[in-house]
Ligand binder design. Sequence first.
Ligand code: SF4
Ligand code: SF4
Length: 183
Amino acid sequence: MTNKEIFEKAYKLMDEPIINGNCGLLCNFHCCRDKDEHGNRLGIYLIPEEYEAIFVHHPEIEVESLTKEEHGDIYLPDEIGNLNYMYCGGAMDCIRELRPIHCRSYPLEPHIENDEFMLVIEKDQIHDCKVIEMEQSWRKEYLTGVYEAWKLLLKIPIIKTYIKYQSNERIRSNNIKKTIKLF
Ligand code: SF4
Ligand code: SF4
């Protein structure tokens, strides 16, 4: 499979809501704000190769390439280079079919520890996410879709490097709230 095919398949697998209904109504769409409380524009980071696979074909979407100094993650492995930051229109203008991987996976994060892949939820949360404590209501299709999609994405070496780096940072800073048991 090409990277483009992998991303397209991952988008499809991750096209499941976490709970029945629209969880944005529980938090006033906190993770989909297009501005912060000071009026600064907000967007979302793309994962490595996501711009090249998907967004390069959609010049109507504004994506900015940020250097380590600009995004602040100065220990990011050199081979990853800059990170791409995508500006969306916020919840009311979301182009649903172009939601990036991070939007589709959140609040679950991919994690690799002792060579084992798993999904986790972080302790540090910048969003007022209501569904994190609603584990009983999480849909099986969402869990399976996110898990299978990340397994596929991890076949792309630079993504595996990125996720391993993030996992090590998470372990180092004791930032795992819970590990997700799939079934
Ligand atoms: S792309 Fe859509 S789902 Fe993602 S943050 Fe923007 S509004 Fe939310
Ligand atoms: S912050 Fe959580 S509850 Fe709110 S829209 Fe995002 S995923 Fe749903």
